[in-house]
Design a binder for this molecule. Structure first.
Ligand code: DX5
Ligand code: ZN
Length: 221
């Protein structure tokens, strides 16, 4: 069985109690914290920045923080999030003029790097920088909001990305983000994903452990 990772998106957490929410979801069995950064420019929403990431580290969060940048441009935010304790930093290639350089910047700051692909975008931007990727993240909704429905065409794209990764022989995680639930996670894993972001499916329930356990049970089948 692949080394599956479940990454709750704190976009759907209660921001008034964020430290407690993150503690609770990690205690419930989450592997990573998915941290959605939106700038009301690249996407039509505004969320949280590096100070909040730093505050979670200061609060005692030790789990990997998977920072998903939905900002344009990206390089200043890469520097600030690396300084704030990010583990992974992923960005959308169209938001950087120099994708290869931004990936190198992430690595030079000691973080893992990834590219994110919107539902309608092809994977072309990944092809010539595969050796600089620790993760490919496929959006299965249009970025900007939690609680949207999974776009089924992403399943074929996952298969394409899985083939690209396997053919390369490189160690690159394949993450999926948007509309992931306990009902579709198995199909998504079968299409090739090994890392799963889930926001509303986890935080909109009272018992986080129950949902995460149900997701793991689906993945184990
Ligand atoms: C959307 C974000 C997602 C989002 C997922 O732009 O990148 O991480 O929070 O939320 P759900 O799981 O509710 O679709
Ligand atoms: Zn995200």
């Amino acid at each position: 069985m692949p080394d599956y990772k479940i990454a709750p998106s704190i976009l759907s957490a209660d921001f008034a109690r964020l430290g407690e929410e993150v503690d609770n979801v990690l205690a419930a069995g989450a592997d990573w914290v998915h941290f959605d950064v939106m700038d009301n420019h690249y996407v039509p929403n505004l969320t949280i920045g590096p100070m909040v990431c730093k505050a979670l580290r200061n609060h005692g969060v030790e789990a990997p923080i998977d920072v998903h940048l939905m900002v344009d441009p990206v390089d200043d935010m890469i520097r600030m999030f690396a300084d704030a304790g990010a583990s992974y930093i992923t960005f959308h290639p169209e938001a950087s003029r120099h994708v290869d350089r931004s990936l190198q910047l992430i690595h030079s700051l000691g973080c893992k790097a990834g590219l994110v692909f919107n539902p309608a975008s092809s994977l072309d931007a990944a092809k010539y920088v595969l050796d600089k990727l620790d993760m490919i993240l496929l959006m299965s909704v249009n970025p900007g909001f939690g609680g949207q429905k999974f776009i089924p065409a992403t399943l074929d794209k996952l298969k394409e990305a899985r083939k690209l990764i396997d053919d390369s022989g490189l160690d690159i995680r394949l993450e999926i983000d948007g509309g992931v639930t306990r009902d579709n996670i198995r199909e998504i894993a079968q299409a090739g994903a090994d890392s799963f972001v889930a926001g509303s499916a986890i935080f909109n329930q009272d018992d986080y452990a129950e949902v995460i356990n149900a997701m793991r049970a689906e993945l184990a089948q």
